[in-house]
Every structure is written in C-alpha cells, then in structure tokens.
Design a protein around this ligand. Structure first.
Ligand SMILES: [Zn+2]
Length: 273
C-alpha cells in the first residue's frame, strides 16, 4: 500500500532504510528539524543543518522514488538557550521559499520551561507572519500531559492560529482528545517498545476515529523502526479494518494536511500490487 511517513529524521538513518521504505510502499516523507544528538554551538551549525535537510536528503530520497519534505526550527531541547534560538529563528526565513519546505517544526516543549515557552511562541509568531503550517513536538517525559496542555493553551491564545493548519505530534491515549477537540491535526509516533507501539496506535484509532489523525515512525538516533508505518498497516489489517480505512490514516490524512502548504507537490502514485 502507498503510504506517507509524516515524521521521520532521515539524517540519522542509512540509505538502505530509504530502499526498504520504498519497497514497502513509501511515496513521501517529511522530516522535521530536531536535535542533532548534541547541542550545536552556533547558528551557523543550524544553517548547515537546514542545507542538509533541503538539499541532501531530497536527493537521497529521490534515488528510491520517495519525495522528501522538511520543516525548520530550533528544537525544544536546544531552545533553553534563548539567544542562540533567536539567531536560528532569524535565519529560517531565508529557507522558507525553498522547494520542499512545508513549514515550521517540530517546535514545542521538552521540559516545559519558561524559556522553551518563549521560543515556542516566537516560532509561532514567525509561522503566523509567514503563513506557514506548524508541526508540534509534545514532550516525551512524564510531563506530556502538562506540556500538551501548555502548548494548546498557547495556540488558543494566539487568535491568528488556524487549528487545521497545525499538527500536534506524539499524541498518546491521554492527550489525543485535547488535540482533536481543539480542531488540530494529530500524529501518533510509533516506536517498537517505548511511547506508542503500533498496537496501541490502533487502540487509539478505534477510540477516537480516523479523522485528522496520522501515524509516523520518527526514525531517529534512538532505537526506532523506519518501517513502523507498514507495521501499523499490518496491525490494522490483522484486526479487520478495511483497506480504505488504513489508506486514510497512512496516506490520505497526511496528504490532506500537507496539501495546505503551497510547496507540497502530489506524489506520483505507484501501481498497487
Ligand atoms: Zn521528531
């Protein structure tokens, strides 16, 4: 089945992963800017990272017929450094008209600190001034519920924010309704063991329905599975969900969200076997 992985950090994956994803039906991915595994020392480090996202990964993906899109920001982990964060936010506009950039992300909170909240709001301000889509990281720690509430409050306090142009990612059973009831899109991040497994994700889908929800692998520096979305497809099939429902979650929903960006291009659909 053709699918889209809407959140995967290919900079941390080997080229063979692109090959395996293509064989499983992956037609497009989007790669949010994130932590590099270490704190970067200067805004120039981010400029080179953004060049990697918009120039290198699209070429690597294209070898396997996968369209590559990206999101730009300084992640919440490094946002504690407010002056570095402001330097990075200042350089984002020079990349915003680059083909393949879908918007600002993944912005959010890590430890729910005041500095993280300041930088979140400054990113949001940039996204509103430039009319960009927003992709949001919610904390993975025990403070996920508190952090998600803080983020949704900040979004609701900005009257310029249109919820259908924002995706709240890494939702779990206890946070998914906050995002959906606020009118936002939401993403479930599938991990082999921690966070949301494919089976928990199908439980969530059975609980909240299939509208405005998508699933991703996150595929990052940690133990993760770049083929987690195909695992979700298998789990939905195993439970008897119709092919149309599966396709809605793994293909049509991300497509509907991404189509709101002027820089999205339709992926060429492959013949389904
Ligand atoms: Zn991420």
């Amino acid at each position: 089945m053709n699918y889209i992985d809407p959140h995967i950090h290919m900079i941390s994956r080997v080229t063979d992963d692109y090959h395996r994803m293509a064989r499983c039906g992956c037609v497009a991915i989007s790669e949010p800017a994130f932590w590099a595994g270490f704190d970067r020392g200067s805004a120039d480090g981010f400029r080179d990272y953004f060049r990697h996202l918009v120039e290198v990964e699209p070429k690597r993906a294209a070898q396997f017929g996968i369209q590559h899109y990206s999101w730009l920001c300084i992640n919440a982990k490094e946002a504690e450094n407010v002056s570095l964060s402001r330097d990075v936010i200042a350089l984002i506009p020079e990349f915003l008209n680059t083909p393949g950039v879908l918007g600002i992300g993944e912005i959010g909170l890590n430890k729910n600190t005041p500095n993280e909240a300041i930088i979140f709001q400054e990113h949001l301000d940039l996204a509103m001034k430039t009319d960009e889509l927003v992709l949001i990281h919610t904390p993975h720690l025990e403070d996920k519920l508190k952090g998600t509430r803080m983020i949704i409050d900040m979004l609701k306090n900005d009257p310029r924010v249109k919820p259908h142009r924002v995706c709240v990612d890494h939702v779990e059973e206890h946070t998914v309704r906050y995002a959906l009831e606020g009118g936002f899109w939401c993403g479930m991040t599938l991990y082999p063991t921690s966070k949301c497994t494919p089976s928990r994700a199908v439980d969530i889908l059975e609980m909240v329905g299939l509208d405005r929800i998508m699933a991703n692998s996150a595929g990052d520096w940690g133990k993760s599975d770049p083929l987690a979305v195909p695992e979700l497809i298998l789990e939905m099939r195993r439970r008897g969900h119709p092919e149309s429902a599966i396709k809605k979650v793994v293909h049509d929903n991300p497509l509907e969200f991404f189509r709101q960006s002027s820089r999205w291009q339709e992926p060429a659909l492959r013949n389904e076997s």
